[in-house]
Design a protein around this ligand. Structure first.
Ligand code: TXA
Ligand code: MG
Length: 327
């Protein structure tokens, strides 16, 4: 981020909740306590607000985010519950459990927040401040842990200030969080799978399900567990991508960036611009929806103009490189 922001810190009271909802509605970033750890919230339905989360955290890649909602009916607008998911939600929501489920057809969450996947992580937190903010805002809030990428999750407002001060709009200080570790993540896309151990113990989940939980498969080199976001295959278009394209070849579609289009753009099957004014936040917000749209253009390949490597460009280029190699 080029211009540092003034990060306000407010004690968690009714006025702070109103202000948090106002900042979220304006596309801003608000850190707030949940029962597990502090989350960095943005309007889940606004791609640009979601893009700012990645920028503030300094994430080198677009990991999918958890959509935080007020209750089960709100979750069911975003995600499809099978019998296992329904049982777990009944038993443990509100609480430190996140479910990874198939998205609904009309899921309002921005494509960037789910990294273009067809699944979505949803959670109903059990913390009065988080719940008051969700109720006042009235829409889903994406909220990764409120730390810089690679740092540990914050359990106090001061941790958030140390990591993200000057990078976000508002911190709501609700004291130390009760659970102190992140939510347990269970995928219910087929048989339930434990993606991340967390605040809700495995034994409690297995009791509610009436059977054992499968673990996420080990990483290929067997040294580390697979990161949760890696389990679900990364989104990649079916049409091959050609990166750093300086011209558009016959039969290609064009994923553009900036005001000056390359030679041959006029004969492209279809042209979508990530950001005509060269704004990387806007580009990140458009990335997955534009890729999906160009994938249906009937082109032989998608030519992608060079994207600068600074700021969010690093994550955009990371995702484009994966999409280009995975076929
Ligand atoms: O306790 C928590 O869950 C906290 C509080 C703030 O709610 N949030 C949190 O978010 O820990 P985050 O972004 O730090 O971790 C979310 C994890 C990531 O590892 C991500 O890869 C995984 O959830 N995840 C999100 N959506 C996913 C999906 N569709 N498939 C697989 N993994 C997913
Ligand atoms: Mg985290």
């Amino acid at each position: 981020m080029t211009v540092p922001l003034t990060t306000r810190v407010l004690p968690a009271d009714a006025g702070a909740v109103t202000e948090a909802a106002r900042v979220l509605a304006a596309g801003g970033l608000v850190a707030f306590p949940t029962e597990t750890v502090y989350g960095l919230g943005a309007d889940a339905t606004a791609g640009r607000a979601v893009a700012r989360i990645y920028e503030a955290k300094g994430r080198p890649a677009f990991n999918p985010l958890i959509a935080t909602v007020i209750d089960r009916p709100a979750a069911q607008k975003l995600a499809q519950f099978n019998a296992d998911a329904a049982r777990l939600a009944d038993a443990f929501w509100p609480g430190p459990l996140t479910l990874v489920l198939p998205k609904t057809a009309d899921c309002a969450v921005a494509a960037l927040a789910t990294a273009g996947l067809d699944s979505i992580a949803v959670r109903v937190p059990d913390h009065a401040v988080a719940r008051d903010i969700l109720a006042a805002f009235g829409r889903p809030v994406v909220a990764p842990s409120a730390n810089r990428s690679g740092h540990v999750s914050p359990t106090k407002a001061a941790h958030v200030q140390a990591d993200l001060g000057g990078r976000i709009d508002l911190i709501i200080d609700g004291g130390a969080t009760r659970v102190g570790v992140e939510s347990t993540i269970i995928a219910c896309l087929g048989d339930p799978v434990l993606l991340r151990p967390g605040g809700l113990p495995r034994a409690a989940i297995e009791r509610a399900l009436g059977r054992k939980l499968a673990d996420a498969p080990a990483a290929p080199d067997d040294t580390a567990p697979l990161a949760p976001g890696m389990l679900a295959a990364h989104y990649a278009p079916r049409t091959p991508l050609r990166l750093d394209a300086a011209r558009v070849e016959p039969g290609e579609a064009l994923l553009a960036f900036g005001a000056t289009l390359p030679a041959g753009a006029e004969r492209a099957k279809s042209v979508l611009n990530l950001s005509a004014r060269g704004d990387l936040i806007e580009a990140a917000a458009n990335l997955f929806s534009h890729l999906r749209a160009l994938d249906t253009a009937g082109a032989g390949a998608i030519a992608v103009m060079p994207i600068p490597h600074e700021g969010l460009g690093e994550a955009i280029n990371d995702r484009l490189a994966r999409a280009a190699t995975r076929r």
